[in-house]
Design a protein around this ligand. Structure first.
Ligand code: AMP
Length: 353
């Protein structure tokens, strides 16, 4: 349960007004009524540089930046990692304070972080307890058929939960602009469709994926990867760069592109399988998709003008024999970790022409 905190200022070293922390819907609404323009960055906390990039962009474009930190139960399936999802509030608060101080010195920033919203589930789901069951009761937003493709096929309640919680956050804070990451491409498309179809008065902005030095997309879940699984976790992105290379060289047919990704992934799996259990890491491929950039319908051919989205998910399996001397992740590499990523397939300059 999120710690209950009375709205209060969190003092920073800066001279400007510090940001305030709100845990109740009515209090953040009251605060919002005083603000002129608000850019909202919805997160589930465990903040990393990907989140910080969204917050920086929001501060370049809005006078007031609101950040929400809420691990939304309805987007986790019954067997998913809701209970173990990382909660790192003290580190998050520190990162937000540092950004606040950074923005104060940076003239390119139009605005400042003024509110962090950390609601309780009782406040967010006032009439029915949040459900993770597909046929559970409640008031939900469904965006179909987009929500049942790709991530939605593997996680049937996920986008219903995401769309519903975002709708709640947008209603509560009435942001002029909202910020999402390209890393979760399908989420951005679901939110854009919901905003359009339900005439929500906000603009959805999407920020590029922020990656580690070796290409792994930053994710709150990466902390569960110890050294051995972390090294292998780049397999998905590396398979994508192989496909991008093939695309630039002229490959367009789905089978060619798909096989390029799968060849890379199965080679990595075979290499690991040849090692003893004390030294290997394993993963399963959930899906590889080559889809239309807006509808995410699978394509037989990736067009030159509109390109395609290459996306996928792999599940890093628990280590079979963790060693005492090796660096293990949070949870000692005992649980599976699902990683997702995507890249655009496009010929340089094709979009501009
Ligand atoms: P989360 O806390 O995982 O729900 O993510 C909150 C927001 O941060 C979402 O819009 C994500 O798409 C975005 N995000 C997560 N990881 C990254 C990343 N590596 N680069 C850019 N945005 C990201």
């Amino acid at each position: 349960m999120v710690q209950r905190i009375v709205p209060r200022s969190f003092s920073t070293t800066s001279k400007s007004k510090p940001f305030q922390i709100f845990t109740s819907v009515s209090e953040i609404r009251q605060e919002r009524s005083k603000a002129c323009s608000v850019g909202l960055v919805p997160t589930m906390g465990a903040l990393h540089d990907g989140h910080l990039a969204l917050i920086r962009r929001a501060a370049r474009e809005n006078q007031q930046v609101y950040i929400s930190i809420y691990v939304n139960p309805t987007q986790f399936g019954v067997n998913e990692d809701l209970s173990t999802y990382p909660k790192t509030w003290l580190a998050d608060k520190h990162k937000i304070s540092r950004l606040h101080a950074e923005f104060e010195k940076d003239d390119s920033m139009k605005g400042q972080i003024t509110a962090v919203f950390m609601p309780s589930s009782a406040d967010m789901y006032p009439t029915t307890p949040p459900t993770s069951e597909l046929d559970g009761e409640g008031t939900f937003i469904t965006v179909s058929p987009l929500s049942s493709r790709l991530e939605g096929a593997s996680r049937p309640v996920f986008f219903r939960g995401v769309a519903t919680v975002c709708m709640k956050l947008f209603n509560i804070m009435q942001p002029e602009k909202v910020y999402f990451g390209q890393k979760d491409i399908q989420q951005t498309l679901v939110i854009k469709k919901m905003v359009k179809d339900l005439h929500i008065n906000t603009v959805v902005s999407v920020e590029d994926t922020i990656r580690e030095h070796d290409g792994l997309a930053m994710s709150s879940r990466n902390i569960y990867l110890g050294e051995r699984r972390r090294k292998l976790a780049t397999a998905l992105y590396n398979s994508f760069t192989a496909v991008q290379g093939a695309f630039v060289r002229g490959a367009r047919r789905r089978s060619e592109l798909y096989d390029t990704a799968m060849d890379h992934l199965t080679t990595m799996q075979r290499q690991q399988a040849a090692l003893p259990p004390s030294r290997r890491a394993r993963f399963e491929v959930d899906y590889i998709s080559i889809a239309h950039p807006e509808t995410l319908e699978e394509l037989e051919e990736a067009g030159v003008s509109e390109g395609a989205i290459l996306s996928g998910a792999i599940k890093m399996l628990p280590l079979e024999e963790p060693q005492e001397e090796e660096e293990l992740g949070v949870g000692m590499d005992k649980g599976s970790v699902r990683l997702i990523d995507n890249v655009r397939l496009e010929v340089p300059h094709a979009r501009a022409s």
